[in-house]
Design a protein around this ligand. Structure first.
Ligand code: ATP
Length: 549
């Protein structure tokens, strides 16, 4: 049963995705791609602040993986090196990895309007995004199963006609409603689930054919399931024949596996070690949705950690707790995170264990009991030796390891893969930071940790005269060498504070009359709005300390 959004309480107003998306556009975090041409489904552009936020997250991940990796169980930093492989590789890579044969999602088509929908997300999409279901839900009490026949009939003859012309209850309201009434009256003690009611309203052939799954767009009956390969392709060179077909990478991970030998041969790493990479990935998602959560072009941060098979479980546990800590350190609240281990029947065949780090995005909502629902942010998979063995077999190259620490034992290393979405991470940071506060002029502020905030501070001369702008520019020129700072001279101070609140700038330094006398500035702290005075010469130290906290 899909989740429905719980009622807001005065203490914790519910964050609405529509408001977050609107702020992202208004303030320059994320724009729909090709906006002036009406957009393109599944693609997004990152604006002036979005690109800073994304770069910050990527740089913090890189630091935590490559330049300052965590301390391993032996008390020494683990070894991880970086890589930046091409987006397009020899197509054989994707045959060996299994993506050409099996990287597919189940899909269903609506023969009436031609809409495609991902089969395993159908009911979620119906309840969160379908216009006609949302409109229909307003005419009956979803949780009691009570059917208000006249209200639904009215809906079918009015709004329903416009929103879901192919729905059975719209085409034939009397017949469908009288059948539904017999079904409800026959079982007075067993109220129907909303899902069942919606299916009933879509059922054209009534009990002759049973229930049918309706199209989220037009209400028509969906066809059965088929599979759809997610790899995007292009043609290289001028002739554009099938032989010239190449794939845009569906994940950054395979670029790492195919460079395992090059890295081993060219650097001094020894098992256990990792190779990390960030970058674009492309998937022809059947139903891109939920803003930048599921798009067709996105970015990943993946690391493949190669280890001896006997130590793989130990490293798996190590990376699961490390990765959770990473997200918490960036400000994601522990109670918005869920560590979910895959059940045996959910594991892909080559994985022995997988943990998903899930985040409570606003569109995940709550279940009927008010429990938070979650969506995947990162997967940590114990992939055994599957990928290296596949590439060894398909390329004809030896990808095993001669271990000098283990009496020259020869083996194919096992792999632990923490695979995170960079753009999905940006969304989690935005959603977590979004804080509703009716007491301030902006009504909302972004509570970013100073480490991730796109702008670390704003320098605001109180007046656009009396030497204030010159003094402000001097401070700005000093700070910008080390920090992303904003110099904002125009408008009244309240409006400038409001803008900085909305873009999540943690500190505002204001230059005023007193600054001209004693070289002190006021610091306004974003979350508390408290102000204190500090010496201008101490501003850089102040910021440095806050960034470390
Ligand atoms: P999902 O089940 O959500 O489709 P997945 O299990 O296929 O994701 P992986 O292949 O493990 O995802 O990719 C690693 C990470 O890449 C995911 O945890 C997610 O953060 C990100 N990711 C995957 N697909 C998309 C997408 N279409 N848009 C944005 N991020 C994505």
């Amino acid at each position: 049963m899909p989740s429905t959004q719980a009622a807001p309480t005065p203490e914790t107003p519910v964050k609405d995705m529509k408001d977050i998306v609107a702020l992202c556009k208004r303030r320059g975090f994320v724009f729909p791609a090709s906006d002036i041409y009406g957009g393109i489904n599944g693609f997004w552009d990152y604006g002036p602040l979005g690109v800073e936020l994304k770069n910050n997250l990527r740089d913090l991940w890189w630091k935590r993986m490559v330049t300052c990796p965590p301390i391993g169980p032996d008390g020494h930093p683990v070894q991880i090196v970086g890589l930046d492989s091409a987006i397009i590789q020899n197509p054989k890579v994707w045959v060996a990895s299994g993506h050409v044969g099996g990287f597919s999602d189940p899909m269903r088509k609506c023969p009436k309007c031609g809409h495609f929908v991902r089969a395993d997300h159908l009911w979620n999409i119906l309840f969160s995004e379908s216009e006609w279901v949302n409109s229909l839900l307003q005419v009956f009490e979803p949780h009691t199963g009570r059917i208000d026949t006249p209200a639904i009939m009215n809906w079918a003859k009015g709004k329903g006609k416009k929103l879901a012309p192919n729905l059975a209850v719209v085409k034939d309201p009397e017949v469908v409603m009288s059948f539904l009434a017999t079904r409800v009256n026959g079982q007075p003690n067993a109220p129907l689930e909303i899902q069942e009611i919606v299916s009933h309203l879509a059922t054209a052939q009534l009990n002759a054919t049973g229930l049918q799954d309706p199209c989220p767009r037009c209400g028509g009956a969906l066809e059965g399931e088929s599979t759809f390969n997610l790899l995007m392709h292009t043609y290289l060179g001028v002739s554009a024949t099938e032989d010239d077909k190449a794939y845009l990478r569906g994940e950054t991970a395979q670029g790492i596996f195919i460079n395992y030998k090059n890295v081993m041969d060219s650097s001094r790493v020894k098992v256990p070690f990792g190779i990390a990479q960030t970058g674009k990935a492309f998937r022809n998602e059947v139903t891109p949705r939920n803003f930048i959560f599921r798009s067709r072009e996105f970015e990943q941060m993946e690391m493949e950690f190669f280890c001896h098979p006997s130590e793989a479980n130990m490293w798996f546990d190590f990376w699961v707790s490390e990765r959770k800590k990473f997200w918490e350190d960036l400000g994601l609240k522990t109670d918005n995170l869920l560590m979910r281990e895959h059940e045996a029947d959910e594991l892909v065949f080559y994985s022995k264990r997988t943990f998903d780090i899930e985040y409570h995005f606003p569109f995940n909502g709550f279940d009927e009991k008010g429990n938070k629902q979650f969506g995947e942010l990162e997967g940590i998979a114990y992939r055994t030796d599957y990928d290296l063995k596949q590439h060894a077999e398909h390329s004809g190259q030896r990808l095993d390891y001669l271990d000098p620490e283990r009496d020259n034992e020869r083996y194919v290393p096992h792999v632990i893969e923490p695979a995170a979405g960079l753009t999905r991470g940006v969304l989690a940071l935005l959603c977590e930071a979004y804080t509703i506060d009716p007491s301030r002029p902006s009504g909302v502020y972004l509570n970013f940790h100073p480490k991730v905030a796109p702008k670390k501070a704003a320098i605001l001369p109180l007046m656009a005269k009396d030497g204030h702008p010159e003094k402000a520019e001097k401070l700005y020129m000093e700070l910008r060498e080390e920090f992303a700072v904003d110099l904002d001279i125009k408008q009244n101070i309240g409006k400038r504070y409001a803008r900085q609140d909305e873009i999540g700038t943690p500190f505002c330094f204001t230059i005023d009359g007193q600054t001209m006398e004693d070289d002190t500035v006021t610091v306004r702290e974003r979350n508390t709005m408290a102000q204190e005075r500090i010496a201008m010469s101490k501003v850089a130290d102040y910021l440095r300390e806050k960034m470390r906290a």
